[in-house]
Write a protein that binds this ligand. Structure first.
Ligand SMILES: [Zn+2]
Length: 269
């Protein structure tokens, strides 16, 4: 379910091109602003390590379930074998899967935190992502800690077929249990959050936040237009459009995310 264009990687250098406004901007300037464009406020995709550093108290993150990996249940081959693609993503990112979960603190508050990393298989959700997210929700329930997730996903992982789709029901069931215990769950959607992740746990938050100008949706524009035989409004899958239409509760700049999460958790607890 990947339907956005692949962007060419920006070479390391003094300048970089902004994907939002196409301006050449100082890399250092962008980095200092937590990978946000100084010209247009475009929020670049960042790694899970950046998320941990930016949103959590320093040194507080303790990872859980780090060793779970997929066993390629369908022995899927399309072009390159799925197992080779996994190996290549592991070598590129050092990650074993597209989500990292653990216990952490935000402004001193104990939480369970789960964040996706788009670099690993386009942040797609297969059995491992579903299982790890479910376990994170179960840990939050057991410890009575609020759950905070950060999504960035191309949707369900097609190389694991229907087993990927089953993760949608499984994660939602675990979150429903958390809900029945009145433990807060905050979902942060980042660019892009699409497909089966939008259609399951990312949309289940008691509060749903998003970064500015993120693309959030289920199917892509072309698929919807061809299905409903209508032209869709400009920007209909952006955070700003979705906030206007009640799908999101708030758009939060990256620099304000930590304090916003902390104050929401204090309010909800
Ligand atoms: Zn820009």
């Amino acid at each position: 379910m990947r339907f956005f264009r692949k962007k060419k990687p920006v070479p390391d250098g003094v300048f970089m091109k902004c994907d939002g406004c196409s301006e050449m901007v100082y890399r250092k300037n962008v980095e200092e602003r937590l990978w946000v464009c100084p010209e247009c406020n475009y929020h670049f995709r960042i790694t899970v390590n950046d998320r941990i550093n930016m949103h959590l108290d320093e040194g507080s993150f303790k990872e859980i379930d780090a060793e779970i990996t997929t066993n390629d249940p369908l022995n899927f081959v399309s072009g390159d074998a799925y197992s080779d693609k996994l190996k290549s993503d592991y070598e590129k990112t050092g990650l074993k899967e597209a989500i990292v979960c653990g216990e952490a603190r935000i402004e001193g508050i104990e939480i369970v935190f789960a964040s996706m990393d788009f670099r690993f298989r386009g942040g797609s959700m297969g059995c491992v992502v579903g299982e790890k997210l479910t376990r994170a929700a179960e840990l939050a329930a057991e410890k009575a800690y609020p759950l905070v997730t950060v999504s960035s996903s191309g949707g369900a992982r097609m190389q694991e077929g229907a087993l990927s789709l089953m993760q949608m029901a499984k994660t939602c069931a675990a979150l429903q249990k958390l809900n029945s215990l009145t433990i807060p769950y905050i979902s942060v959607m980042t660019h892009p959050t699409t497909g089966g992740v939008t259609a399951s746990w990312a949309s289940m938050g008691d509060v749903i936040l998003a970064e500015p100008k993120a693309m959030i949706g289920f199917a892509g524009r072309r698929v919807i237009e061809q299905t409903v035989k209508e032209e869709l409004p400009e920007g209909f899958q952006t955070s700003e459009f979705l906030l206007q239409h009640g799908f999101l509760d708030k758009i939060v700049d990256r620099k304000d995310m930590k304090l916003t999460l902390a104050s929401l958790i204090r309010y909800l607890q």
